[in-house]
Design a protein around this ligand. Sequence first.
Ligand code: NAG
Ligand code: NAG
Length: 492
Amino acid sequence: MKSTTLLALSVLLVFLNSAQCSKILIVFPMTVPSHYILGNALARGLAEAGHDVTMVSPFEEKKPPKNGKYRDVVLTGFAEARNGNDLTRRTIEHPNVQALLKSNEQFDVVIVQQFINDAHKVFAYHYKAPLIIMSTLGPNAWVNNLVGNPSPPSYVPDVFLSYGTHMNFRQRLVNWLYTVASELNRHLLFYPAQNKIIRDNFPDAPDLSVLNYNVSLVLLNSHESISHAVPHVPNMIDIGGYHVNPPKELPKDLREFMDNATEGVIYFSLGSNIQPSQMSESMRKAILGPLGKLKQKVLWKWDEDTLPGKPDNVKISKWFPQQDILAHPNIKLFITHGGLLSTTETVYHGVPTLAFPLLGDQKMNAARAEMNGYCITLDFAAVTEEKVADALNKLLNDPKYRENVKRRSRLMHDRPVKPMDLAVYWTEFVIRHKGAPHLKVAGVDLPLYKYLLLDVISFVILVMISFILILLFLVRKICCSRKNAADKLKQN
Ligand SMILES: *[C@@H]1O[C@H](CO)[C@@H](O)[C@H](O)[C@H]1NC(C)=O
Ligand SMILES: *[C@@H]1O[C@H](CO)[C@@H](O)[C@H](O)[C@H]1NC(C)=O
């Protein structure tokens, strides 16, 4: 009797558990490793929360998460850089993806990275599943557009302009022109090209002008501790910092190196997309000279076996466990390209930075870090020994940089829920409710003239003009009649 009850209970539990396991499709087509790191962290987090995750990306996970189920659909043969349209088409037409699309498999939710691949929203249409967008950049024009998020060019700078939120006239003008130009480019050039990819592969699918706005939720790799405060409509959720893992023990040689460095350690990495060996000899010397004179030890992520002119306090390696190095108590400074992942990790662990921004959003990230008082930015092209020495001296000896980044770090950690838990919660929320149309602001559905109240403003102006005209007419009428009356009196 007892054992049958137990059996029934455990069957029920298994059933309940499996009922909670949802099938999730994640599409992260970019070949850039830093994007994959973010997609992979989300996939792992969802699988570890007990879900069945299928990940479409150019990379393969060597150590799949233990909990839940995880499967890669690898976009084999994706070369390094490709333009957005090419990458979008190749993803959909890839044999491994075609095999997945043609199978009868169903998904409860589809999560698509938003990065010049708008046509990939068609995956959600194909599976008749709600769509979640993941932005690796934080709020930006491409994402704001999908959910009607207000982003006034008067105080929200474009991601590719390194402006602050308090812009002068020239900056506001440039920001506005940039916003208008990118809006036009998107609607006149980019969306038609993406629409063609949809039509070629899914002849019955609706146009992007429908698919783009059927987004249930946007997950954003951002947080106010690393960026500016900007508006978020209710279906935009900040999960910045979610990819950072709890610190692990360093490998023995590195741990000894860092433990022994009583004067501190400087970590130098230009990220995964740039090969530091490509920098010119004069740049290398301008950086190595001042580094070699420091009492601190230096870890430099260097892509070759030898570094010409390497000083004794510098240790090179092709790979370093960056997050665990930044977590070590002896770390004093991070020399970085200012990528968003590195910026997030440095704030997470409270380490000041010297930034050499090179591409994309790196200038913006470095400019924000500098405005937030924990970073000095140097232009690679104009770098000299004096500038590097001066920046290193300030960053290592003036405590304000460290205090500022520690304050930012406390802000990042002071949240009601851990960001990965938040990502899991909201994904499950969308699955439970089969979408989240109630979170959508009506602004998404309005044509531009209604959104900007151009009709109302025109009407008010028209009424005011009419009123002034009538007033003028009446004044003239009265004056004339008085004048006429006076004339008549004179004549009499
Ligand atoms: C660290 O210091 C210890 C003791 O002084 C020494 O034996 C060891 O070789 C040092 N390790 C490194 C990596 O410098
Ligand atoms: C829009 O999203 C809902 C779920 O959020 C889905 O049921 C519906 O099929 C989607 N419509 C289109 C045209 O993709």
